[in-house]
Write a protein that binds this ligand. Structure first.
Ligand SMILES: O=P(O)(O)OC[C@@]1(O)O[C@H](CO)[C@@H](O)[C@@H]1O
Ligand SMILES: [Mn+2]
Length: 450
C-alpha cells in the first residue's frame, strides 16, 4: 500500500493472504465451487448450443469448458493473475488495473489469487468467466447464471404476490394518508428492500435461497438485527424538498444501484414505485450490471424480464404492478443504465478519477441507494477498518450525493458502529459479519460532519 496511505491511516485490503480469513475461505472454497457450477451449467446446455448453432456451438462449448477448467486450476494453485485477451470494451481498463495491482506488490511477486486484494481477484474471476464466452462465439451471449436467477424469481412468488398486494393497497388509498403514515410505509418498504438482499446466490455458492414468507410480516422480528439504522436521515433528504447542498427544488431524482435479480429486484422495483407514487421522487434511475456478475446480480436482461414477467403474472396485483413499471420505463419516469464501471474491480473512491462521467451523473441525484454487500465492500474499499471508523471516512471522498447503503452483512468489513458494538456481537455470534443475518441502513451526506 502506498506510503502516504499508511500515513493517512488507510488500512490494508482484505485478502486471501490472511490464512483462515473469510477472504481466504472464499477464494479457497467458494470461488472454485462457483466455477465448477458454471462449467456444469455450460456442459448441461451443450444440446441447446447444438440446436441453436450446430457443430460450431458444440465446439464453442468444449473450448469454454476447457478455458474455465484451466482458470479453476490457476485459482486453486495461486497462479499469477493474467491479462485479459478478449476484445471487451473494458479489456484495456482491466489490464491497466492489473498493472496498478502489480505496483502494489513487491517487485518480484506478480498479483495472484491468494496474495492480491480479495475484492480484485473475486471481481476478476467473474470477468474471466465473461472472457470464456466472449472468446467462444457463437455462445458469447450465454449467461451461465440465468437459470439460477429465474429460478430464484419463480420460487419467491408467494412473497412477490404479498409485496405487490401491499403496494397496490397503498397506491389505492394514496391520498388518505397522513405524513406519519407515509413515513411508516416508506420505512416498511425500505426494510423489505434491505432484507431482499438476503436472497444472494454467490454467498450460497448457487444454493437456492429464495424468499418464502411474506416479507412485510417478517419485519418486526428482523428489526433487532439492523445494526445501524439511518432511516430518519434518508427520510429527511427525501422530504426536505431540497436535498442538502442541492437546488431549492431538488430534482426529485433517486438512483438505485441494484444488486441481485430475483426477489431482491422485485423489492427494489416496489420501493421505486412507492417513491414515485407518493411524490417522494419524480424519477428513479436504476444501475445494473453489463455482464453476468457474482452469480445473482441483475443485468439489463434480468431487469426487463422481471418487469415483463410480473406484468404477465396471473395475479391481479402483480400484473397491475408490472404494468405500472412498464409504463414508468416507457414514459421515462424510470431509467435503466449499466455503466461498465459497476463490473470493474475498482473501489468507489476511485470512481471520480476512473469514471468521471458516471460520477457526474450520480451527482445529479438527490439520493442514491446502494444495494447489497459487494457495493458496501466497494464503498468502503474492502479494507480492515475499525468498526468504529465513521462511514464518511471509509468512503474516502466518494460522495457524489447523499447516499444510503442497504446491506445484509456477508463480508467482514463493517464501519460506523458504536464503541464495543462489534466486540459484543463477536462475543454473541462470531459469524455476525458474514452470516447474512445482520444488516445496516447506513447513510452519508456531503454536508454531514466528517
Ligand atoms: O452483493 P451481494 O449480492 O449482497 O453479496 C455478494 C457476496 O455474496 O459475494 C461476496 C462473497 O463471495 C461477498 O461480497 C458477498 O458475500
Ligand atoms: Mn449480488
Amino acid at each position: 500500500m502506498a506510503s502516504q496511505e499508511v500515513l493517512r491511516g488507510v488500512p490494508q485490503s482484505l485478502s486471501a493472504k490472511f490464512v483462515g480469513s473469510f477472504a481466504y475461505l472464499t477464494v479457497r472454497d467458494r470461488l472454485p465451487t462457483i466455477l465448477t457450477k458454471v462449467i456444469d451449467t455450460i456442459h448441461r446446455n451443450k444440446n441447446k448450443f447444438f440446436e441453436e448453432h450446430g457443430e460450431e456451438g458444440v465446439q464453442a462449448e468444449k473450448r469454454a469448458i476447457s478455458f474455465l477448467s484451466k482458470l479453476r486450476n490457476e485459482l486453486q494453485t495461486d497462479k499469477p493473475v493474467l491479462a485479459l485477451t478478449d476484445d471487451g470494451e473494458d479489456t484495456d481498463v482491466w489490464n491497466q488495473y492489473l498493472q496498478r495491482q502489480q505496483a502494489l506488490m513487491d517487485e518480484q511477486e506478480p498479483p495472484s489469487w491468494f496474495k492480491s486484494p480479495w475484492l480484485y481477484v473475486e471481481c476478476y474471476m467473474y470477468r474471466r468467466i465473461q472472457e470464456s464466452i466472449l472468446l467462444n462465439p457463437p455462445i458469447c451471449a450465454f449467461d451461465a447464471f440465468r437459470e439460477a436467477k429465474t429460478q430464484s424469481y419463480f420460487e419467491s412468488q408467494q412473497a412477490t404476490m404479498a409485496i405487490c398486494t401491499y403496494l397496490q393497497g397503498l397506491n389505492k388509498n394514496r391520498n388518505e394518508f397522513s405524513e406519519e403514515q407515509l413515513l411508516n410505509q416508506f420505512l416498511t418498504l425500505l426494510q423489505v428492500s434491505l432484507w431482499g438482499n438476503k436472497c444472494d446466490l454467490s454467498i450460497s455458492a448457487g444454493q437456492e435461497n429464495s424468499q418464502k414468507s411474506s416479507p412485510v410480516d417478517a419485519l418486526g422480528e428482523l428489526k433487532p438485527y439492523i445494526l445501524v439504522d439511518d432511516s430518519s436521515s434518508v427520510w429527511s433528504v427525501l422530504t426536505s424538498g431540497a436535498a442538502p447542498g442541492r437546488s431549492a427544488t431538488g430534482r426529485g431524482r433517486v438512483d438505485i444501484v441494484l444488486d441481485n435479480a430475483g426477489f431482491e429486484l422485485v423489492t427494489d422495483l416496489v420501493l421505486a414505485d412507492f417513491l414515485v407514487a407518493s411524490g417522494l421522487a419524480k424519477q428513479v434511475h436504476f444501475h445494473g450490471k453489463s455482464m453476468p456478475w457474482f452469480v445473482s446480480d441483475a443485468t439489463r436482461e434480468d431487469f426487463h424480464w422481471t418487469v415483463k414477467q410480473t406484468m404477465a403474472a396471473n395475479h391481479r396485483w402483480m400484473s397491475k404492478s408490472g404494468a405500472q413499471w412498464h409504463r414508468y420505463l416507457k414514459d421515462g419516469t424510470w431509467r435503466y443504465h449499466d455503466h461498465p464501471f459497476w463490473t470493474l474491480p475498482h473501489e468507489f473512491s476511485e470512481m471520480a478519477a476512473d469514471a468521471p462521467d458516471l460520477y457526474a451523473a450520480l451527482q445529479t441525484a438527490d439520493l442514491i441507494f446502494f444495494k447489497g454487500d459487494l457495493n458496501y465492500r466497494k464503498l468502503t474499499g474492502d479494507r480492515h477498518w475499525a468498526h468504529t471508523e465513521t462511514f464518511a471516512r471509509a468512503l474516502r471522498g466518494f460522495q457524489p450525493a447523499p447516499l444510503c447503503s442497504l446491506r445484509t452483512l456477508k463480508a467482514n468489513v463493517q464501519v460506523g458502529l458504536q464503541p464495543n458494538q462489534g466486540e459484543n456481537l463477536t462475543a454473541q455470534e462470531p459469524q455476525w459479519m458474514t452470516s447474512g443475518v445482520y444488516a445496516v441502513i447506513q447513510f452519508s451526506s456531503p454536508l454531514r460532519e466528517q
